[in-house]
Design a protein around this ligand. Sequence first.
Ligand code: UD1
Length: 417
Amino acid sequence: MSKLVITGGNRLTGEIKIHGAKNSVLPILAATVLCEGTSVIHNCPMLSDVTASINILKFLGCQCDFKNNTATINTNTLKCSQIPERLMREMRSSVIFLGAVLGKCGNAVISSPGGCELGPRPIDLHIAALKKLGAVVKEKYGQIELSAPNGLNGAEINLAFASVGATENAVLAAVTAKGVTVINNAAREPEICDLAEFLNLCGARVYGSGTDTITVFGVENLNGSTHTVIPDRIAATTYMAAVAITGGDAALSGINPSHLTAVCSVFEEAGCGLKYSNNKLILSAPKRLSRVSTIRTTVYPGFPTDAGPLVLAMLSKANGTSVMVENIFENRYRYVDELKRLGAKIRVEGKVAVIEGTSSLSAAGCKCTDLRGGAALVIAALAAKGTTVISDIKHIKRGYECIDKRLSLLGADIKEI
Ligand code: UD1
C-alpha cells in the first residue's frame, strides 16, 4: 500500500494547473448512458473514482477509452441495467447512475449504498424524486430495484433539502421523461450547472440550473456530445490552503474564481492576498495566518463542506482561535484525531470544532480517514517540522490527480512510496 512521505517546512511558490472537477465528471459520465453514440469528455481528472465510473460504464456494456484526461464513451452496445455490489462499493457516487440507467433502460438495480466515512449517506431524497417521476421501487436483500412500468413522466419535485445528488438524479431521470419536470429547492452547485450544460449539448432541455428551480422539458432522445469539465473548486482550495500554511506565494491556473467566492473570503480574512489575472489566481500568504471568524459549512454558494477539512488544517497553524461548524455531514471530523498527532490543537463537540492555532506542528505517522480529511493531513504535514508519513492514501487518490507531483512543482518535499 502506498504512502505519502512529506518533509515539512518548504515555502510553496510557483504555478500549477488545477484539474477538472471530480464532482462534475462523475454525474457527467453517468449522463453519457442516456446518449446515443459517442460522448467525449475533456478535462477529465485521472482519479480512482473516475476509473470506478468507467468500470461501471464498461460493465453496463459501453465502450470506454480513458487517456490523457479525455474519456470517450460509446453507449451503442449498452446491454445491462444492473450495477453489481462490488462496483457500487468502489465509489459511493455510483448512486448517480440510478437516474440515468432508469431513464435509458426503464429499470435499474443497484445495491444499497449504505454508510460511508462521513456517516450515514441516505438516498431517500433521490428515491422520492424518482418515484415522483413514476419509478416503482422495491428494496430487498440490500438491493434497490427501480422500474417504470408506465414510463417516466414529468412531475413537480419538491426536495426537502437541496441535495446535490438528489438534484442530479432527478435531472438525469427527467431529461427523457414525457412532459415537464420542475425541481423546487434544487441544489445550486456549479457541478449541477456543468451537468445541465453537458445534457443540453446532447439535446436535453434543462433550464434554471444554478438557481433553486430547475425546469426540464423531456425530449425523446439524446445524442452524445463533446464537453469540457469545469475546474475542481475543492482541489483549488486544497492547493490554496497548502500554499497559505507554508507562507507561500503561488499561482493557480485553470480555475473559475466565481466558484470560490465563499472560500476566498476566508483566505482573505486569514491575511492572504488574492489576485485574479490572466486566468490565474495568485495567492500571497503572510508569514503567519490570522484566525478567522466562525465558518459554517452549508450549501452553495455558502462555504462548502468539502473545503472544511482543508481550511481547518490551515487554521491549525494560524495566530489565534477559529471555530468551524459542520452542517452537512455528521461524521466529518474523523480526521481531526489524525491532525492532532501532528500537534494541532482542536476540540470537537458535535458539529463544532474549535481550532486553537499553534505556532508549530511536528511530524508524525498518520492515516487518512477519508478523501478531504486525507488532504487536510497533507496540508498540515507541509508545515510540520520533520518528516510525516501518511498511510491509507487510497482515499486521496479518489479525488486528487498527482497531488505529489503538483505539490513538488510548488517546491514541496513530498514523495509517494
Ligand atoms: C455532498 C455535498 C457536495 C459535495 C459532495 C461530495 C452539500 C449540500 N453537498 O453532496 O457539495 O460535493 O457531498 O463530497 O454540501 N441527504 C439525505 N437524503 C438524501 C440525500 C442527502 O438526508 O437522499 C442528506 C445527507 O445525509 C447530508 C446532506 O443531505 O446531510 C448532503 O447532501 P447531498 O448534497 O445529497 O450530498 P452529496 O450529493 O453527497
